[in-house]
Design a protein around this ligand. Sequence first.
Ligand code: FES
Ligand SMILES: [Fe+2]
Length: 411
Amino acid sequence: MNDLVRRWEEPPDLPTTHFLDNRIHTDWDVFRAEQRKLFGDCWKFLCLETELSEPGDYRVSEVGGFPVITVRAEDGALRSFFNTCPHRGAPLVRDEHGRLKRGFQCMYHLWTFDLDGQCTSISRVEGYKAAGLTKEKVGLRPVRTAVTCGLVFVSINDDIEPIEDFLGPMHDHMKKHLAAEELEVFHYHRAEVRTNWKLWVDNNSEIYHDLMHVLNRKTGVAHPEYHERRWRLYPNSHNVILEGPMNYVSAGLDGRAEHTMPGISSNGMMIMEVFPDVMINIRATAIRIDSITPMEPGLSLIEYRGIGLKSDSADVREMRVRHHNQIWGPAGRNLPEDIACVEAQWRNMSVGASRYSIFAREEELRPHDDSNLRAYYQEWGRRVGYWPHDIEASRQPEIVAAAAMGPTLSS
Ligand code: FES
Ligand SMILES: [Fe+2]
């Protein structure tokens, strides 16, 4: 084989923690393992608590492939259930979100349920008398729900650890920035993006690609202080890039000196990455939260939220929306560039024209260091049971078993 071809085909000459087998983004077996072992065994961000403010307000989601509905009950608590009727499996609601006036009524045979998941009526119930079925014997399947720092999380693992334990030290960052005042969504859009969900995580997690964005080169990379920030890596691979100032004026934008979000300095920027799919990005005057629902190896539903304070005056809110949209809105400077990139990456990976990805930068946890991504994929591999650098080797049962026992997949 030609040496140049061999160099392309063979794994990079790097530690196995420093590159990925790109089939982790394209393989259906890996995808199914992720759904079951990762999303099925984690806390999954749903929405802000203020998006479900009144009794009956609901929102649906898909967690590890399971349909889930989360609703504000009459007692003020949030409850979640499988969005599935116990009679014969029809969905309880079909809209993505809304407000229920009188609990749930299944579309198929019109059984009804209250917001606590109890069955309140069975149509023509007399027909069940002989078999002894009553409404007390059926109800909705509960799903774990947690609220912290104004964010709602759900989990289909009934025995999942408390959200505070799952977040660990990350929780302190979240409390500082998200819990000080009530938050409110001012922008929401969702997009089906033709890429693997982890490529969006990468894009949100690696700051090296600031080199791609003209805006980020001018506001960040060109300024020495940009390079002095550091990543903090936490258990469960939650990762934070600590705050540093951006120079918006040098890109012809408004400065972001006033009405900054809680805990953030003038023109400050920081990012909190919550495993496995959530990015909380604060740019001084606005917060952006992205979360992802994998649909297929090459198809991901991405939800984008722009967030301000519930107490904002009309003028301040208008400013936050403007600042958000300049960079992150659907027609902002950065978002279309990011989407173009991750879709093109996936196209190349899906035909085998890109076998490996390199994550080998070591810069003492400075912004362009890849340590956070290396930590992410070690945690990913530990949970999913695949070696991130070689999915074929992972399919050998003894290796999968060893991976499940060990703290990391490093070798
Ligand atoms: S499937 Fe819901 S009432 Fe029959
Ligand atoms: Fe980007």
